[in-house]
Design a protein around this ligand. Structure first.
Ligand code: COA
Ligand code: AMP
Length: 639
């Protein structure tokens, strides 16, 4: 029975203003709205038009004012540096206010952009909240991205300032950020006014005179800043995500709708109340980190865990269970990849059994498709409900989920369950007609999207229209494909574009191809995502060489792998590449990437009638076989 969920879905559909207007009562507004839903610019919608608020006030100050000052806001736990401490709401308020004052002293004001390129340290959260406090717009760039990716984002966001740290710490290696930042600023056309650099003891950076300020020195003698009210529709942040082309898309998040939706989701989806401890084991550089490490837990006065470590190897596969026991985590969120990594290293859950995780009520998984094996294993071993839920950077919070705080419904492994109230999810055919239950199609969401979702792309309404709205008028195109069963459960099966998902990290094959094509020996290239037992998918490249190239293949492969690492970053996890004499194409020149992917994963495929040269598929099969692909389906593959 899904009575309550259906009733809420219906209410949010027929009376979105009533539904979200009521949810908005959980937020402190400086000025009330004139319209809950502003549809005057449809298909671009805005929420809480006319209202003003401050997101940092809602996430920090009001909890102190309401007597939560002594409660831990952030449990920082860093096995990679051997550090752990708690930060209370009162401490958070004073640290954020001072940092915000420092930004103001540098001339930053409402609407100015700040790029944050930082590791998983509390100062990163302070930086985000400090921007929110003064109405500046932050854009956090994930630390695993290389200089060129950072430069692209700097050129698009045009920040006045960059906030960064001297280094990040990965297991067994310190990643110096400062050289990457310097390189990015060199490459970028846009000039920043200055950089605030956090020195970490693992690797101190040399500051660039006249441009860089030391994080703590800059704060000396500075007046703390108070919260500046901004319009609900003003941007809180920009977060770049991979699109089909190599240029990332700047997803915009507003202040008002974001606060309302995230606060609502904490109870409805994650069953979190003020004072509970919530942990999302992700990175602040991703949307999961923005929404569920930083904003949502703080907006509702919960405690959040900021974990600088991995599921395995820091120091062992018991790390997650240690953290859950130590901070009494009630709801825990991670990616299926992390559970697969733990399962691989601790199949008998020996580590798990040495901790008391009785505090844990549910495990939430998202970021990539969750295979039923991983879901079943996790729920058997942990003895709690395991909730697959589906969302995207663009939406900022779950599109489909099991509303654990309202009405837990049947768990069907392989499905992220039902549409969350506010999202009208439909599966459409080529011409935009809804398909029958059980039939596959493109997954679209009827407009308007609920609060908290992207109003547009940063200074690029045209790309928002072209990428999301134009395909099916009146709908938002998710880019995912799948089907719905008779009970309305959604199954996400694949992407309709060239986006791949590596260990829960979203990457564009177009960007890989752009980088590989830069190599002087490469004439043509195709990159596909192939199924991987640990990371869900990994990128695999096929290159055609220019005539006359005499480079040894092994040398070429090493150069190509190094090139991707240098241009995109280590997170690309690019290790599979092969030379072929020709790529399979249609007669009009379109590379048959989908067919290549199916061959690699041993799925059935039909040779397109329009193929230019069917023999090219034999070349691909041989190359895939050499790399260990195309022999067996993922379930049958031996590691
Ligand atoms: N800064 C610098 N480098 C980073 C980085 C960061 N913030 N994050 C990752 N990297 C590097 C890693 O060190 C690794 O480098 P290497 O090739 O030198 O080993 C590379 O990027 C790939 O990282 P990762 O995807 O983490 O793979 P891994 O093999 O090191 O670890 C797992 C495997 C399963 C432990 C890891 O992928 C994981 O924890 N996954 C969970 C996924 C997740 O939380 N996703 C977030 C979305 S919800
Ligand atoms: P990102 O924007 O990085 O969060 O990636 C979003 C994409 O990850 C989605 O469009 C899906 O392709 C995939 N994804 C996220 N969560 C799930 C899930 N629970 N099941 C299947 N795919 C998912």
């Amino acid at each position: 029975m899904v009575m309550r969920t259906q009733a809420l879905q219906q209410q949010a559909k027929t009376d979105p203003e009533g539904f979200w207007g009521q949810a908005a009562e959980a937020i402190s507004w400086e000025r009330p709205w004139q319209r809950v839903l502003d549809d005057r610019q449809a298909p671009l919608y805005r929420w809480f038009e006319g209202a003003t608020l401050n997101t940092c006030y809602n996430a920090v100050d009001r909890h102190v004012a309401q007597g939560r000052g002594e409660q831990i806001a952030i449990h920082y736990d860093s096995p990679v540096t051997g550090t752990a401490y708690g930060i209370s709401y009162a401490e958070l308020q004073s640290k954020v206010a001072r940092l915000a004052g420092t930004l103001q002293a540098q001339g930053l004001t409402v609407g100015d952009r700040v790029v944050i390129y930082m590791p998983m340290v509390p100062e990163t959260v302070f930086a985000m909240l400090a921007c929110a406090r003064i109405g500046a717009v932050h854009s956090v760039v994930f630390g695993g991205f290389a200089a060129a990716e950072l430069a692209t984002r700097i050129d698009d966001a045009k920040p006045k300032w960059v906030m960064s740290a001297s280094c990040g710490v990965e297991p067994g290696r310190v990643v110096a950020y400062k050289p990457l930042l310097d390189e990015a600023l060199n490459q970028a056309k846009h000039e920043v006014q200055g950089c605030l650099i956090l020195q970490r003891p693992q690797c101190e950076a040399e500051l660039t005179l006249g441009r860089d300020l030391d994080w703590y020195q800059a704060q000396q003698g500075v007046e703390p800043a108070s919260c500046v009210a901004v319009a609900a529709t003003d941007p809180l942040y920009i977060l770049y995500t991979s699109g089909t082309t190599g240029t990332p898309k700047g997803v915009v998040r507003d202040n008002g709708g974001h606060a309302v939706a995230l606060a609502w989701s904490m109870k409805a989806i994650y069953d979190i109340e003020p004072g509970d401890c919530f942990w999302a084991a992700s990175d602040v550089g991703w949307v999961v980190g923005h929404s569920y490490i930083v904003y949502a837990p703080l907006l509702v006065g919960a405690s959040t865990v900021l974990y600088e470590g991995k599921p395995v190897g820091t120091p062992d596969p018991g790390a997650f269970w240690r953290v859950i026991e130590q901070y009494k985590v009630k709801s825990f969120f991670t990616a299926p990849t992390a559970m697969r990594a733990i399962k691989r290293e601790d199949p008998d859950t020996t580590y798990l059994r040495s901790y008391d995780i009785g505090c844990l009520k549910a495990l939430y998984l998202a970021g990539e498709r969750c295979d039923p094996d991983t879901l079943n294993w996790s729920s058997e071993q942990l003895g709690v409900a395991v909730i697959d839920h589906w969302w995207q950077t663009e939406t900022g919070w779950a599109i489909c989920a099991n509303l654990m705080g309202i009405e837990p419904v049947e768990i069907k492994p392989g499905s992220p369950a039902l549409a969350v109230p506010g999202y009208q999810v439909e599966v459409l055919d080529e011409v935009g007609e809804p398909v029958a239950p059980g039939s596959s199609g493109a997954i679209a969401i009827k407009l308007p999207l609920p609060p908290g979702t992207l109003p547009t792309l940063w200074q690029n309404d045209a790309r928002y229209h072209a990428g999301y709205l134009d395909r099916y008028p009146g709908y938002y195109l998710t880019g995912d494909a799948g089907y719905q069963d008779e009970d309305g459960y959604l199954y996400i099966m694949s992407r309709i574009d060239d986006i791949i998902n590596v260990a829960g990290h979203r990457l564009s094959t177009g960007r890989f191809e752009e980088v590989l094509a830069q190599h002087p020996a490469v004439a043509e290239v195709a990159v596909i995502g192939v199924a991987d037992k640990l990371k869900g998918q990994v990128p695999l490249g096929m290159v055609v060489l220019k005539s006359g190239v005499s480079l040894a293949e092994e040398t070429l492969y090493q150069q190509l792998i190094a090139l991707v690492r240098a241009e995109i970053g280590p997170v690309a996890a690019f290790k599979l590449v092969s030379v072929v004499s020709k790529l399979p194409k249609t007669r009009s020149g379109k590379i048959l990437r989908g067919t290549m992917r199916k061959m690699a994963d041993c799925q059935e495929y039909v040779v397109p009638a329009t193929i230019e040269d069917p023999e090219t598929l034999d070349l691909i099969r041989a190359a895939l076989n050499r790399m260990g692909y195309g022999h067996a389906k993922i379930e049958e593959r031996i590691d």
